[in-house]
Design a binder for this molecule. Structure first.
Ligand SMILES: [Zn+2]
Length: 81
């Protein structure tokens, strides 16, 4: 009974993308990167899903918050009607 591993559609291998790729900078001026770590509704994805390490997750959260204030990212996405 070794089949307890649940296959997830993304982040199947847990590793911090910012540690792995030094060119990937966490910057509020790069919302296209930050957006990959937020849900479509604008929420920051939890670390257990993205695999981001504590250090980078903290930076990410800060930069997302700055980006929101700078109006580069949404706080929440309004439901389109
Ligand atoms: Zn990291």
């Amino acid at each position: 009974m070794e089949e307890l591993k649940i296959k997830r559609p993304y982040a199947r291998r847990k590793f911090c993308r910012f540690c792995a790729d030094k060119s990937l900078v966490i910057d509020y001026k790069r919302p296209e990167i930050l957006r990959q770590f937020t849900t479509e509704r604008g929420k920051i994805m939890p670390r257990r899903i993205t695999g981001t390490c504590a250090k980078h997750q903290r930076q990410l959260a800060n930069q997302v918050k700055i980006a929101r204030i700078m109006a580069l990212m949404p706080f929440t996405t309004a439901v389109l009607k």
